[in-house]
Design a protein around this ligand. Structure first.
Ligand code: URP
Ligand code: ZN
Ligand code: ZN
Ligand code: ZN
Length: 486
């Protein structure tokens, strides 16, 4: 089965040119001007940009969390992703305390049978011991996973301490893996939460008061310094504020490989959402880190522009209003998380490209190509090149809509972007050659999605371990050591 995407402008992370894309089965086989017309199916891309499908490296589909499960599963979540131009998601396998990493991974694989687009996993390190140390090697060498997530927050649940993090980071260095970090100081958050509740501050706005930017900035800096001492690169998820961005920027200027991932929510929604008189409105926007003010947003945009932040994700973790209401009277019980999979690309195009804050090529870089490189799956993903997977979005810059829960693919009953107008939407979305969105119509195929294995890193980890070895502390050999004094 062949397909031809005809008459569009191809936009990649580094090039913009007129051209067609020829697809055989699930791969791109040719890219260039005026390709032969003999394909079984021709997709008209006139007036459109033909770009690599989006990759969202941060989702939580059907995630057990805070006494419930996030409400989008791999079917509705990947359908939402495709509807918005995203053709691959990376979710997190979360072992319970004491649980084998391999068991947790098997549980997460069991959730994916109905996935509509390709997916991969990060493995979370939620406890530490010899078994975890040993299984990390199996995860990297045999299971196609090269990233390990660490939570510095969620005390008493997912949180790991500095001891555990340093041990795990060193293991990542040995194995050619990349540590990921949710950077918030969980001890400080726990104390602030207790104080706020004791003072009667129990509404959703107190969630934001309990997680000020300093909590994030301190933890981000700590994670980066620990990674540097372990001789491993580090990726900070959901960077929401200047303090965290500053830590990343400073580290990068010193030559440290630290990567930062802002979310579309933090780029476009601010802290005033928590002051809304409607409890549900505010609680639906409770996530960690919380939304910040305009100065923090400006910092995140600047990071994307200058390259100190590399990736825009969603952290899609959708809870219904009924689930959010678990926290009426106690904000610490509101399940943390917001949706965004369907809206990431249109919102970023509208607020980034249409405003001149991002070029189209930068848009492709931060929604797809940069993370494909960081995760070691480029150019299978994140590229419009012969041999690459045919994960493609044909983007119509003139298409408009108003975001609404009534028309969304996500299973929940609201949308944090409700009422926002977007201009720039997919005309076609191809998931490994399958036309999943056709002229805006959803034609996803349940079970089409496949696991994308990822090989361990070679270049950066090897460079860092070579440098570490070269600069390791060495005992000074001395002749004539004096007798010990009295
Ligand atoms: O509030 C959030 N971000 N929920 C999902 C879990 C996490 O911390 O990423
Ligand atoms: Zn057609
Ligand atoms: Zn997190
Ligand atoms: Zn997350």
């Amino acid at each position: 089965m062949s397909k031809l995407i005809k008459g569009g402008t191809i936009v990649t992370a580094d090039l913009t040119f007129k051209g067609d894309v020829y697809i055989q089965h699930d791969r791109i086989v040719a890219v260039g001007p005026d390709l032969p017309h003999d394909a079984d199916h021709v997709l008209d891309a006139t007036g459109c940009y033909v770009m690599p499908g989006g990759i969202d490296p941060h989702t939580h589909l059907e995630m057990p969390f805070m006494g419930t499960y996030s409400s989008d599963d791999f079917e509705s979540g990947t359908r939402a992703a495709l509807a918005g131009g995203t053709t691959m998601v990376v979710d997190f396998a979360l072992p319970s305390p004491g649980q084998s990493l391999l068991d947790a991974l098997a549980m997460w694989h069991n959730k994916t049978g109905r996935a509509n687009c390709d997916y991969s996993f990060h493995m979370a390190i939620t406890w530490w011991g010899e078994q975890v140390f040993d299984e990390m090697a199996v995860i990297v060498r045999d299971k196609g996973i090269n990233t390990f997530k660490h939570f510095m927050a969620y005390k008493g649940a997912l949180m790991v301490d500095d001891d555990e993090m340093f041990a795990s980071f060193q293991r990542c260095a040995e194995l050619g893996a990349l540590p990921l970090v949710h950077a918030e100081n969980g001890d400080v958050v726990a104390q602030l939460q207790a104080r706020l509740l004791a003072e009667g501050n129990n509404g959703p706005e107190a969630h934001a008061y309990s997680r000020p930017p300093e909590v994030e900035g301190e933890a981000t800096n700590r994670a980066i310094m620990i990674a540097d001492m372990a001789g491993v690169p580090v990726y900070i998820v959901h960077v929401s504020c200047e303090q965290a961005h500053e830590a990343i920027r400073r580290a990068r200027q010193k030559g440290i490989r630290a990567y930062g991932e802002p979310l579309i929510q933090h780029l476009t929604l601010d802290e005033s959402e928590y002051a809304h008189p409607d409890w549900d409105h505010a609680a639906r926007r409770v996530m960690s880190p919380p939304f910040r003010n305009k100065q923090h947003q400006d910092s995140l945009w600047a990071g994307l522009q200058s390259g100190s932040l590399q990736v825009v994700a969603t952290d899609h973790c959708a809870f219904t209003t009924a689930q959010k209401r678990f926290g009426v009277g106690d904000f610490t019980k509101i399940p943390n998380g917001t949706g965004g999979l369907e809206d990431r690309m249109p919102m970023l195009w509208t607020h980034g490209v249409n405003t001149g804050r991002l070029t189209m090529n930068e848009f492709v870089a931060v929604t797809s190509t940069n993370i494909a490189k960081i995760l070691n799956i480029y150019p299978k993903k994140g590229a419009i090149l012969p041999g690459a997977d045919a994960d493609i979005v044909v983007w119509d810059p003139a298409r408009e809509k108003t975001i609404s829960a009534k028309t969304q693919q996500s299973a929940i009953d609201y949308n944090v972007f409700e009422g926002k107008k977007v201009k720039g939407l997919p005309r076609y979305v191809l998931s490994r050659g399958v036309v999943s969105i056709h002229d805006g119509e959803v034609r996803t195929r349940e079970g089409h999605g496949e696991f994308v294995p990822r090989q361990p890193f070679q270049a950066v980890n090897r460079a860092l371990s070579t440098w570490k070895e070269l600069t390791a502390p060495r005992k000074v050999e001395r002749s004539g050591i004096p007798a010990s004094g009295v």
